[in-house]
Design a protein around this ligand. Structure first.
Ligand code: NAD
Length: 278
């Protein structure tokens, strides 16, 4: 199983599909990540706030997989943007992960009321220069946040990780990011199970036409749109199902029907609005 890789704007490459461990309980993480690695996943998305970096690290250490075959992302939490806190935060994350460097380090939320996300991103630039992370990016950034970061640091993030699924496509951010060479990572790619994507005709019909599950059709839509995804599950059969999405291709008409599902009124959002997280 070869998972396609996408090139980032800094020349590094990222496996387009991975495994996200939000809400995987700390005491289940080593087992779940070990299973994912055994099945063939090589890209793991965690965060300091998930409280499970140690479990991710234990699974990596036990796997015997060469470090350069893995792509590990973690994130800087909201209360650590200021002063030299990002330096301390990444050191703690690396210690828990048992790694010398991560592949991607993200500012988790802009927390605009605190107005220190530009400083936080500037610190990430230093962390990359110090070799503690290979690539740097942001998460949950709206267009005005992206504009400020690029204008004030002179550095373009490699990715913006945002809530994105067929019912909530954030086209303004996707268009801006694409025009500036920023890759989009879709979090909640399956709508976190809170939005009934799987019963929606455009998705159910595409799934039936290709003899795949609705979840696989949705993941295929993300991949063909050029987005990076890391669906979460703690069940081995779903981990397998979510990885088994490279043997079929949605047609242009099927993609267009799924594109048409977002009324662009924000009603499909399942997570918090970035301006409200501070
Ligand atoms: P998701 O859309 O991947 O949904 C996960 C849920 O979908 C699981 O609980 C599971 O019940 C269900 N599911 C998974 N595979 C399925 C399948 N094949 N069939 C049916 N149901 C299935 O949502 P998520 O976990 O929130 O997002 C994925 C990852 O994105 C997270 O694990 C995390 O790494 C990241 N994330 C980032 C942020 C952020 O603020 N940056 C926020 C949320 C999530």
């Amino acid at each position: 199983m070869t998972i396609p890789a996408l090139e980032l704007n800094d020349g590094n490459s990222i496996p387009q599909l991975g495994y996200g461990v939000f809400k995987v309980p700390a005491d289940e993480t080593e087992r779940a990540v070990s299973e994912a690695l055994e099945i063939g996943y090589r890209h793991i998305d965690t965060a300091a706030i998930y409280g499970n970096e140690e479990g991710v690290g234990a699974a990596i250490a036990a796997s015997g997989i060469a470090r350069d075959e893995l792509f590990i992302t973690t994130k800087l939490w909201n209360d650590r943007h200021h002063d030299d806190e990002p330096n301390a935060a990444i050191a703690e994350s690396l210690e828990k992960l048992g790694l010398d460097a991560v592949d991607l380090y993200l500012v988790h939320w802009p927390t605009p009321a605190k107005d220190d996300y530009v400083h936080a991103f500037a610190k990430l630039v230093e962390l990359r220069e110090a070799g503690l992370t290979r690539s740097i990016g942001v998460s949950n950034f709206l267009v005005p946040h992206l504009e400020r970061v690029v204008a004030e640091t002179g550095v373009t993030p490699a990715v913006n990780q945002i809530e994105l699924h067929p019912a909530y496509q954030q086209r303004d951010i996707v268009d801006w990011a694409t025009a500036h060479g920023i890759r989009i990572e879709s979090w909640g790619p399956l709508g976190q199970g809170k939005y009934d994507l799987f019963g929606t005709p455009a998705i159910a019909d595409a799934a039936a036409a290709h003899d795949v599950t609705p979840a696989q059709a949705v993941l295929r839509w993300h991949l063909q749109k050029g987005f990076i995804v890391f669906p979460k599950s703690v069940r081995a059969e779903r981990l397998r199902e979510n990885l088994d999405v490279f043997g079929f291709e949605l047609t242009g008409a099927e993609i267009a029907a799924i594109d048409a599902l977002d009324p662009l009124d924000g009603s499909g959002r399942v997570g918090s609005h970035p301006n409200d997280v501070n």
